[in-house]
Design a protein. Structure first.
Length: 196
């Protein structure tokens, strides 16, 4: 074979490589794959990156004494359908992938008998207050890094308020609604001293 034949072979190989690269770049531009916000399944022994277990942005808590009274319990029951994929809410119901949620409002965290909680959840037994549930339901992994709960969370504050109003009713003795926060007093105008 002479050098002309070798040049044709080399040109064909280089042309093919260039064609493959162009097709790859075009496919990546057309079908851009977004990286998920959180991992779908945590592999034990793999350290999560800082961005995966980042705490959620701090959100102003609503006045539960006001919003729970106005909440839509029926809408909360609809939202609870997402919870019931992994949890049972009925009294005496079984633990499923997640623990039973009957009488959850006010119950100490990680105390449902017969359920195997993650060590992250077991590290704190403070009660599930309205505020704690409100934050947790927004971002379970952000509030309790290492929890087994893989649910991404409810971004809508209104959905979480309605869900809390519904969960509150799922108890023999519903947790009391806190008193509304006092309305801040208007600053009084400074009085001018009397002129002499």
């Amino acid at each position: 074979m002479d050098s002309y034949e070798w040049n044709k072979i080399a040109g064909a190989v280089l042309g093919t490589l260039i064609f493959v690269l162009v097709v790859r770049f075009a496919a990546e531009a057309v079908f851009e794959v977004q990286k998920p916000a959180k991992e779908a399944y945590h592999v034990v022994g793999v350290v999560a990156s800082a961005s995966t277990a980042a705490a959620p942005a701090e959100e102003t808590l609503p006045d539960f004494g006001t919003v729970l009274k106005a909440a839509d319990v029926t809408a909360g029951k609809t939202v609870a359908g997402k919870c019931e994929q992994c949890h049972d809410i009925s009294k005496g119901g079984p633990n499923k992938i997640g623990p039973e949620l009957w009488d959850i409002v006010g119950r100490p965290r990680a105390t449902e008998p017969g359920f195997s909680y993650s060590s992250a959840m077991m590290s704190d037994h403070s009660p599930w207050t309205y505020a704690a549930l409100f934050k947790y339901l927004k971002s379970p992994q952000g509030v309790v890094p290492g929890t087994k709960m893989s649910f991404a969370g409810l971004s809508s504050a209104n959905d979480r308020i309605n869900l809390l109003a519904y969960l509150r009713t799922e108890a023999d003795s519903p947790a009391p609604i806190p008193a509304p926060a006092p309305v801040p007093a208007k600053p009084q105008a400074a009085t001018k001293p009397a002129a002499k």
